[in-house]
Design a binder for this molecule. Structure first.
Ligand code: SF4
Length: 265
């Protein structure tokens, strides 16, 4: 027969032990939940890249640009460059742009420090070539997550029409604002771009033609030639703001209704 006092003692000790164990378990669970919430909160995608039609598409968070400000920028680089580790023909991403390397060679990205930055980006992708993958649903999800409630600049280098209407529409729907410019506004298959991008124009004739096609224009030239708003980030407007705050250059579906002008820079 077991001593009754002994049993009572067991019960007396066992109850608090159980409580202590449960409290520890609850605390562990709480900590885990808090940790998961923290990880979810701090997940910030800084870069997404993929290959499509032998072109490398690179979404890159940029926080250090004096005119642009804090925006996600999109780069288009021919895979031919990535394979060679150097810059070659640009027509695959710039089409027949007048500023391209086979024409006037006046693209501001292909000059000085910006050009070196583009070369360095190209070489970075040369080093990680084996990790580059084709466009997929997972990549699209990452792009949309990255761009949600963020400002996006379509086309840091190359033609943003390369992204296609479907992806541009999805990105602009989740972003908190965007800017974009196309030199390919005269192409029949690029007409969708007027909803999201400005037509880059130089001269009154181009300006009038792009407007007839339904585009808002970004006019580079002598600013008294056209009756547009002067870009507030321009030197002539006193650099009052940056693109991430302004986002006026966002086509007919974006912010503002008027066209923009700026002196050649
Ligand atoms: S008008 Fe606004 S968005 Fe367009 S280039 Fe100037 S500052 Fe940037």
């Amino acid at each position: 027969m077991v001593d009754c006092k002994y049993l009572q003692g067991v019960r007396f000790v066992a109850k608090p032990l159980k409580l202590i164990y449960q409290t520890k378990q609850n605390n562990k669970m709480k900590n885990k939940t808090e940790q998961i919430a923290k990880v979810k909160k701090v997940r910030k995608i800084n870069e997404v890249y993929f290959v499509k039609n032998d072109i490398l598409f690179n979404f890159q968070r940029d926080t250090d640009n004096s005119k642009i400000g804090n925006m996600i920028q999109v780069w288009f680089i021919p895979m031919e460059w990535v394979r060679a580790g150097k810059m070659l023909d640009d027509s695959k991403v710039c089409f027949d742009c007048q500023h391209g390397q086979s024409k006037d060679k006046t693209c501001y990205v292909r000059d000085g420090v910006s050009n070196l930055g583009l070369l360095s980006k190209t070489r970075k992708f040369t080093r990680i070539q084996s990790k580059l993958t084709e466009y997929s649903q997972e990549i699209e999800n990452n792009i949309l997550e990255m761009c949600t409630n963020e400002k996006v600049r379509f086309g840091a280098y190359g033609e943003p029409i390369l992204l296609g209407e479907d992806l541009v529409r999805k990105i602009t729907a989740v972003s908190s604002g965007w800017t974009g410019y196309t030199h390919q506004w005269m192409r029949k298959e690029s007409i969708w771009a007027r909803h999201y991008f400005m037509a880059s124009v130089e001269g009154k004739f181009m300006n009038a033609t792009a407007k007839k096609l339904g585009f808002r224009t970004f006019f580079v030239g002598e600013t008294d030639e056209v009756d547009h708003i002067t870009c507030p980030a321009s030197a002539e407007a006193g650099k009052k703001t940056k693109c991430d705050k302004c986002t006026l250059c966002s086509g007919i579906d974006g912010k503002g209704k008027t066209s923009i002008k700026i002196l050649p820079h």
